[in-house]
Design a protein around this ligand. Structure first.
Ligand SMILES: NC(=O)c1ccc[n+]([C@@H]2O[C@H](COP(=O)([O-])OP(=O)(O)OC[C@H]3O[C@@H](n4cnc5c(N)ncnc54)[C@H](O)[C@@H]3O)[C@@H](O)[C@H]2O)c1
Length: 282
């Protein structure tokens, strides 16, 4: 099956980035948000990314206009998904919200439509249980910002079909991205590795052994990382990082128990760059 139209559900940090990426690569894209205000914000974010592309010399003003012309925003789910060959869900990292969204998508989408989730760590198999097409449900885990990050994790639920996997692989390739394939499991590949590292970094600081700055410096100069775990967490969003860690903790046990330093930051509303304060101030 050829993918022509992509519907993106949720126009937050990831949804807006994914919508921009798909439109940039030539797909016709619809974006759905829950109300007009959030839709306006999301479309504004997409516009900013496109303007950023022009300012960096990556896009011509004509490209920019064409990309924007391929993206349509709506608050109507049925309108967003009619004719969609692929839906990419990027709503809150909450299993109940995602299950409800997938149940609605299953009702509203044509029977051929592939339903993908951008979840960071939730179970694709569990999300697929609220649909009658678990064979067409797959994880497409993009990284932030989707237009710049080269990797997409393709996550296979227990019932994801070989055909769905192939279509997902082709789609990722068409976006100019590299793929890795992983069976459904908490945190998939990247988050299974990176979140325990952030948690250990938090414990080091929480126990008074060193500072946030020195941990990040050690990661960059001693491990050749482009940024340290605290800076990365600020970039990703501390709420997202905590949600993923909690998922690992529930599924895999005590060694993933979130450090109080991270828990307290999230409780205080210091979520990283998006709130201008996280482990650092912006
Ligand atoms: N932030 C990251 O770096 C990152 C990276 C990879 C994956 N993810 C995953 O992507 C997903 C979204 O994360 P985010 O950071 O973009 O969150 P976000 O809070 O910025 O955006 C979520 C958006 O979804 C909207 N939404 C909620 N329910 C909806 C519905 N029923 N229909 C349409 N829109 C709805 C919200 O209004 C909000 O704007 C999560 O599953 C997250 O784990 C995040």
């Amino acid at each position: 099956m050829e993918i022509r139209k992509v519907a993106v559900i949720g126009a937050g940090t990831m949804g807006s980035g994914i919508a921009y990426l798909c439109a940039w690569k030539g797909y016709s894209v619809s974006v759905r948000e829950i109300n007009d205000e959030l839709l306006k914000k999301g479309m504004g974010r997409i516009r900013e990314m496109i303007v950023g592309g022009v300012n960096r010399g990556k896009l011509s003003p004509k490209d920019a206009e064409q990309i924007m012309g391929r993206i349509k925003g709506t608050v109507d789910l049925n309108e967003a998904v009619e004719d969609a060959d692929l839906v990419i869900e990027a709503v809150f990292e909450d299993i109940n919200v995602k299950k409800e969204v997938f149940a609605q998508l299953d009702q509203s989408c044509p029977s051929r439509t592939i339903l993908a989730s951008n979840t960071s760590a939730l179970s694709i198999t569990e999300i697929s249980t609220t649909t009658k097409r678990p064979d067409k449900v797959v994880g497409l885990h993009f990284f932030n910002p989707p237009y710049a990050m080269k990797l997409v994790e393709i996550v296979l639920g227990e019932k994801t079909s070989e055909e769905t996997k192939k279509i997902a692989e082709e789609f990722v390739k068409s976006l100019g991205k590299e793929k890795v394939v992983v069976k459904d499991s908490p945190g998939f590949i990247v988050n299974r590795i990176v979140l325990p590292m952030l948690n250990e970094a938090c414990y080091l600081v929480y126990e008074g052994k060193t500072t946030i700055e020195d941990v990040d410096k050690a990661a960059m100069l001693g491990m050749n990382f482009p940024m340290g775990p605290f800076r990365l967490a600020d970039y990703v969003g501390l709420d997202i990082a905590l949600a993923v860690l909690n998922r690992l903790y529930e599924a895999l046990g005590e060694k993933f128990k979130p450090c109080p330093l991270l828990v307290e930051k999230v409780k205080a509303g210091y979520l990283g760059m998006k709130t201008r304060k996280g482990f650092y101030e912006y």
